[in-house]
Design a protein around this ligand. Structure first.
Ligand code: DX5
Ligand code: ZN
Length: 245
């Protein structure tokens, strides 16, 4: 199934002293979603922010709030994140023994449900919950910190998930170390939603952020349409567009 490329800047890389302005800046810069990384210092070795911060910035943009919960346990907090204004709530497959229950709870709260997989977790972890999810988040770094290096090993997992989900309306999101240099590879493997923190919040102004978002988007779209990568290649012939997923 062909799904447009979406770019989701992670506000983990924003200047927290000016968080409201940063959210407005990525909105103006053309971000599709606002990715919110919630860390508890237990499931991951870092603490970021919680539902009250998300609630505070929610009125500043109409964009989709894509909330990535790196917390365990997660079930006791789902309602708080739903009430804070999350549109998509993603939980980790590794965060507890009852993934199916967590996903049912998210949908019962009226939200889209996502599952995230750490780099060492195989794609088989989602095999029996495919009908309960709207999104799979493939971690391309070990979760906990921004600014880490992309793990190439995850490309094969992305491709396997793309095959596994078939025609189901499930987005494949990648998160960690995404830049304009690897966006084509993840899109070619099958990702359609790209989270980027440090690669977006580089520079000072919304105009800088807009350039960063656009560069990642253009690279990802070129990855899906390999012929666009080589501008010296002969022009597409009629019917070649059908190659596009
Ligand atoms: C890592 C987070 C990511 C991270 C992305 O645990 O889930 O969203 O902030 O940041 P960059 O793009 O800098 O790797
Ligand atoms: Zn994230």
């Amino acid at each position: 199934m062909s799904r447009e490329i979406l770019i989701a800047p992670s506000i983990l890389a924003a200047n927290f002293a000016r968080l409201g302005e940063e959210v407005a800046a990525i909105d103006a810069a053309g971000a599709d979603w606002v990715h919110c990384d919630v860390m508890d210092g237990h499931f991951v070795p870092n603490i970021s922010f919680g539902a009250d911060v998300i609630k505070a910035i929610r009125p500043l943009t109409a964009k989709i709030f894509d909330v990535h919960l790196m917390i365990a346990p997660v079930d006791p907090y789902l309602e708080a994140f739903a009430k804070a204004g999350a549109d998509i709530i993603t939980v980790h497959a590794e965060a507890g023994p009852h993934l199916d229950r967590s996903l049912q709870a998210i949908r019962a709260l009226g939200k889209k449900a996502g599952v995230s997989l750490c780099p060492a977790t195989p794609e088989t972890a989602i095999e029996y919950v495919l009908d309960r999810i709207d999104l799979v988040l493939v971690m391309t770094v070990n979760p906990g910190f921004g600014g880490q290096s992309f793990l190439e090993s995850q490309l094969e997992k992305i491709a396997r998930i793309r095959t596994m989900i078939g025609d189901r309306p499930i987005r494949i999101e990648v998160d960690g170390g995404i830049t304009r240099d690897n966006a084509a590879a993840v899109a070619a493997a099958g990702a359609d939603t790209l989270v980027a923190g440090s690669a977006v919040f580089r520079g000072k102004s919304s105009a800088d952020y807009a350039g960063n978002v656009a560069a990642i988007r253009i690279a990802a779209e070129a990855g899906r349409h390999p012929k666009l990568q080589d501008m010296s290649a002969p022009p597409m012939r009629a019917g070649e567009g059908a190659l596009v997923r």
